[in-house]
Design a protein around this ligand. Sequence first.
Ligand code: GAL
Length: 994
Amino acid sequence: MTTPTPQTAPWWEELPAGRNRLRGRAHLHTDAPELSLDGTWDFRYGTRADGSDLGEPAPITVPGLWQLQGYGAPQYTNVVYPIPVDVPHVPDENPTGHYSRQVAVPADWADALAAGGRVLLRFQGVDSAARVLIGGTEVGVTSGSRLTQEFDVTDVLAGAGEDGAAEHRLDVQVVQWSVNTYVEDQDMWWMSGIFRSVDLLLRPAGGIHDLVTHADYDPATGEGTLTALATDADGAPVPATVRIPGLDLEVPADGTPVPVGPVDPWSAEVPSLYEATVTADSGAETVRLKLGFRRVVVDGDVLRVNGERVVFRGVNRHEVDQHVGRTQHPGNQDLDVALMKRHNLNAVRTSHYPPHQRFLEVCDEQGLYVICEGDFEAHGFHADSTWGEDPTGAARRPADDPRFLETLVERSDRFVRRDRNHASIVLWSIGNEAATGSVTTAMIQAVRDADATRPVLYEQDYRTDDADLFSLMYPSVQESREIGEKSLSPEFRERLVGMLRALGLDASDDGFDDAPALTKPFLWIEFAHAMGNGAGSLKEYMALTDEFDSLQGGFIWEWIDHGLVTTDAAGNRIWGYGGDFGERLHDGNFVADGLVLPDRTPSPALLDAKHHYSPVKLEVGAGTATLTNRHAFRDLSHLRAEVSVDGQLKWQELELPALAPGESGTLALPAAEAGVTVVRLLTREAEGPVPADHLIVAADHVDDAARAAAVPALGAAAAPVRAEDGSWTLGPARFDDLGRLVALGGLEVEHSDVDLYRAPVDNERARTHYPLEARWKRIGLDVPRRRLVSLTAEGDALVVRTRLGLDGSSLGADVTTTWRGDASAVEAAVTVTPAAHWPAGLPLPRVGWTLALPGGLDEVAYDGAGPHESYPDTGGGATVGLWTSTLEDLQVRYVFPQENGNRARVVAADLRGEAGSLALHAPEGLGLAVRPWSTAELDRKDHDGALEADGRTWVTLSAALQGVGSAACGPAPLPEYVLDASERSFGFRLTPGA
Ligand code: GAL
């Protein structure tokens, strides 16, 4: 069926790829002996795949990536291949690492071997291809960097090794570039080596080579059915018995479905698992596993788990560690799942390859719905505009290249066989961004053949001809609504047809009209691109899942920033991204777009997601809160409710109705003391990684008028006094002859002016769909020039009229600032009028005021929305109250410096430290950001670790801010979050302390 590459092809370019590998099978926990080969190996590095220029041996750690152990360098590209597209060939210069060590079969395996046992050598991850030799004899070749590969090494390890010693030399020749590279073009670092564990396994004669289980749950009866089949290496049944003590069950593992009576079903909400053993009747081997009974079906346009519609509140997860890259620190799997569970996530897509097997075990144990994805992406073919035209086939996309058929079908079969016993996996995906063709159709079929119990999806099957679910990445809120309504606008249809054509499909204008897509459930396979500050509008997306049954949620892009710890030229410790390792071709910081920073600190986007992913919808009104239980299976008896009416200082317990899944109810609330009521739901008891008293969701009701009224008014008016040099005093404030505030009591003020700018967020930078940064900078918005128009005393007010001008542009704004004061405070009333000819469609970043005060005001208390940052389209879960923070904790250390840290709806704040103190008041509620560096510094630096504090405290009050959107890879902010350049007025009061 395939045309093999001529025999002269070197092993790393051969198709079908891989040699002599055993068929994929489950990763089983067994009592058969296993010997870990992890540890220190000998390593020789060179640039030629044939190994002809290898250097001297040196120790290296396995598992590990050689680029992070002193050889070569990481390279980051998102789409484009870092090598010429010349299938199946790769360049002569090919970073190559030869790993070797001695290996001996443990003496106590001898009897089992004599009785017919076999020895397998297992690699769980080698990037990108390896040729394995024992004692100089080739054992095989790997294919599938993130796939487990096993070789039967019994015969080569039998008898003595070199010089009659018990040990044999194991050589693993790894190349960075191989034919696999063309089908492993995921958006991540290109790094190489043996990055997951290596083991030697004893397979006893009569043992359980493979085991496939299906633990089905019938929601109608509440009963389970277990099918288990134990097989040998040839696929023949092995007489074996399954025992589940928790069900008092003991049945043959012979593939016969066995009714097991009532069971507690598995779901992400309640992940009930049953400990099971499967023992070969010969006694040769016992394997242990945890079984979860559940049923996943596509029922028309709704996906159901255990009979109920579920909504995926998910995230895409790559395997990344800031020190060891794709090698997983033990513990990262548990930590990631714990963080996800604590932030209301219930689903994860293993983008874009099968994860370390421990991750799936934790998902089973703690409860996350998993889309397990195969190791397949060929995105670089889309980036090459000439593909499809090359008559040699060197640029033919693998999805319809028969040369790849066998290899890719085998990949699909292999990953499903490893993971199909996991309860957490509810869907399979064959891969990502690789177009469609006869090969992907065959891959989907291969997945179904290996496991008929779960639906299969593949996002790029846009028409959904083969896949069981319709999925897209980054559709807009409006497009998603149209999918929910099953009525696509002509524009969206046209876009979809364009997407089909971009895949090289010969789509006519009505190419989507007969597509089965809208008859199936829909998922955002990726949405809400969490790069830097953002993504915006998670609220609007998730609201659609409440409105339309067939919209079943999705997966935020992505879990973690892939920044790697390194140092810059100045010696700062930074998180490196594309371009920091000397790469010629790279995609910059597009590799840092996660909900957690590279060190796994939650970014505010994770807190925003936590809120909009809440399993209970909570809305607080005056005197009442409304709740809807969004769980599919649980009532609310595991939660409790509290209310605060005094700024979140004291909490009163409320009686929370149990509410069945889908049910709504209300809570009566006491009267608010200062216009603010906050309700929160907390866990009663610890469940897995979620502790007791853990916040699930909080929401507030704010009576802005009452809050404003609570801010005391100025006392008896102070009069502005002009000094001889033209400067002015007004209460505690001093202004220079240009009307600039220069001192507040004992606090020197180095800068005080209207502020229309912010350090652009990732979603506004070049290469986004909405590159506002360039437009803002073209008109000089980042370096505004002030010109005094007039400075006059008008009664008890000092009125300063200025013009904010922009270099090279006639745009700008007129600003009138009216200062009033009393003995201890000054108040500014500011009106900003942008130029009447300001271009429509060019939003302002901000309308606000920035002050530079002495450094060291590093204790900040504020009455506003907290504890985390908010922008107009983010900040879910931030509630109004009295919050305190250090200056340091107010900053968000985004990998690429950008606007951050705004606390919204602040009516009062107190900054204090060595330099003294300052009280701020803003009755109508302003955004507050306090920083140890200026916006210019945030704008200038390209790594968080390079930011330098300048000895001042920068305070920015924002009356209005542009939304952050998702345009780095998705839509711009929704119209309601766009800050148009119209006239705006705001005010604030400054009270210096002692
Ligand atoms: C998608 C892709 C992801 C990632 C994302 C942008 O197109 O599937 O792997 O590249 O865009 O960050």
